[in-house]
Design a protein around this ligand. Structure first.
Ligand code: DX5
Ligand code: ZN
Length: 217
């Protein structure tokens, strides 16, 4: 079954616990956290302390998307804080093989991601190492952007590689996913949907998840 990973980036932080609980009640599978360093992306968010906070709120897997440089220095802190999956950007990691192996050695699941203009074939050498491949379907940095349609070809390619070489990774999509785009990316082969605005900016968080889920069944 397709997993839904609400991104707390657009949640109301004055009542984060309540918002996350509503997402859990609505059937969220993972919670997605967007870490931004103000350097790799033009925005700043939060670090390991927020992972630790979410860890105290929910038992769901914490899916941490690291939009940052100098990842290697911070991996131990994120694992310690309770991250289940750590996803790094290929554009930000010069020694990607080592970075992914370090994440696994420390006990988390390694994930990799790439910006919309980075050729997806760059991932070929490391597909065997990862548990998750995240296709960015908007430029990373902000919620509320429109889905970039060429992401579908990238999802297709990853699904083909997975089938051909019997790889184990989940294919996750992040950016501009709502009840209209969700069925389209699922048909292309996506298995995990990161959704921010369409969940946390809706009138009813649980209901929004239910409606998206109904469209992809
Ligand atoms: C963007 C983040 C996303 C973002 C998605 O840089 O990686 O996770 O929260 O938000 P929506 O669903 O609003 O596109
Ligand atoms: Zn994200």
């Amino acid at each position: 079954m397709v997993k839904i990973a609400p991104s707390v980036l657009n949640a109301d932080f004055t009542c984060l616990q309540n918002q996350v609980n509503q997402a859990v009640a609505g059937g969220a599978d993972w919670i997605h956290l967007d870490v931004m360093d103000g350097d790799f992306v033009p925005n700043l968010t939060f670090g390991p302390m927020m992972v630790q906070t979410l860890r105290r709120i929910t038992d769901l897997p914490l899916d941490v998307h690291l939009m940052m440089y100098r990842v290697d220095e911070f991996i131990p802190q994120f694992v310690e804080a309770g991250a289940n999956t750590l996803t790094v950007h290929v554009e930000a990691c010069p020694h990607l093989w080592r970075t992914l192996e370090t994440i696994r050695k420390l006990g988390a699941s390694p994930g990799v991601t790439l910006n919309p203009a980075t050729p997806v074939t760059i991932l070929e050498p490391i597909l065997e190492l990862v548990d998750l491949v995240l296709v960015m379907s908007v430029e990373p940095g902000f919620g509320g952007q429109s889905f970039i349609k060429s992401s579908l070809k990238r999802i297709n390619w990853l699904a083909e590689q997975k089938e051909k070489y019997s790889y184990d990774y989940d294919i996750e999509v992040d950016g501009g996913i709502d009840k209209n785009t969700a069925p389209i990316v699922c048909n292309a082969g996506a298995g995990v949907l990161v959704i921010g605005t369409a969940i946390f900016k809706s009138d009813d968080i649980s209901q929004a998840i239910g409606e998206i889920r109904a469209g992809i069944r």
